[in-house]
Design a protein around this ligand. Structure first.
Ligand code: ACK
Length: 292
């Protein structure tokens, strides 16, 4: 804890993370690159286990980036208590702060949908598991809002079970006050709800994630990119604000249960946040579909 506190003078260190010496990790390959971090596949030499390590590009952390990274680690630490949220194995402190998590053999749901025609029964099981993971996050006290739920941020283990990941945009919410200073500005535009475009200072709330889940269901049903033909983000904003949504003509009607799930999808992306269900409602409905 002292080592952590030295590393994060601007935040209150109140959690116990296992600290993993970086030299016990054997670097293997780069899995992905992001704004201020990249994800690397590595092997833990003592545990003989493959891990994924989220590392910062720069050694010197800005105050706000420090907070983002540290609070991501705290949320992942909680994730260990849900089957459907990625867990934290530990953190590295040197040479850079890094987050170590289990390696997910089947990569992201976005990658899977791109490469494989996933069976419908498996799609519904995944959708159900996502709603269970999101229920877990929204039921934490303080509540955790993901604010960047999309197929890319859903990881799949060796048996294609779901782990929600990437809490880089996520927020803690205490009553009506959102705790971290970061606004949802970095959230993915295709998955952000209309009320967010209308008021950029709007405190994120759970209905933000439910809207994103609607778009994610569309991604799972169509295997396409939402607004794939829009030329720029300003047009997407305008379209979503005026009530347009991803293309319904790409939703097939033949396969079993697509009609039921696409009705749920449409309530999730309702214009009025109050008309959107909770993740508990979604989980209950998807459980019925999954068990049919
Ligand atoms: O689709 P992907 O292969 O799965 O590309 C992205 C990339 O890193 C950027 O996020 C992959 N990734 C992230 N975390 C993990 C993890 N724990 N296990 C395996 N792959 C991961 C993700």
């Amino acid at each position: 804890a002292d080592e952590l506190q030295n590393r994060f003078p601007s935040v209150t260190v109140d959690s116990k993370f296992p600290i993993i010496p970086y030299e016990r990790l054997e670097e293997q390959s780069i899995l992905g690159r992001g704004g201020f971090a990249y994800v690397m596949k590595a092997r833990h030499l003592d545990w003989r286990q493959e891990v994924a390590v989220k590392c910062l590009w720069t050694r010197q952390l800005e105050g706000s980036e420090q907070e983002v990274m540290y609070s991501e680690a705290r949320k992942l630490n909680l994730g260990s208590r849900s089957d459907h949220v990625i867990s934290l194995l530990g953190v590295c402190l040197d040479p850079n702060f890094a987050i170590v998590m289990p390696y997910m053999e089947n990569g992201s749901l976005a990658g899977l949908l791109r490469d494989v025609d996933v069976p419908w029964a498996l799609r519904w099981r995944m959708a159900h598991e996502i709603s269970l993971g999101m229920t877990f996050l929204h039921c934490q006290n303080p509540q955790i809002l993901h604010c960047d739920l999309k197929a890319e941020n859903v990881l799949l283990d060796g048996d294609f079970h779901v782990k929600i990941s990437d809490f880089g945009m996520s927020k803690w919410k205490i009553k009506s006050r959102v705790v971290t200073q970061t606004s949802p500005e970095g959230s993915t535009i295709t998955h952000a709800p209309p009320e967010y475009f209308a008021d950029i200072n709007l405190a994120p709330n759970p209905k933000f994630d439910v809207y994103s889940f609607g778009v994610l269901l569309w991604e799972m049903i169509t295997r396409a990119d939402p607004y794939g033909n829009a030329i720029n983000s300003a047009l997407i904003r305008l379209a979503v604000t005026s009530g347009q949504r991803p293309d319904m003509t790409l939703v097939p009607t033949g396969p079993p249960d697509v009609i039921t799930v696409s009705q749920l999808m449409q309530t999730c992306w309702s214009q009025n946040p109050e008309d959107r269900p909770t993740f508990q409602d979604c989980a209950a409905q998807l459980q019925l579909v999954k068990d049919r």
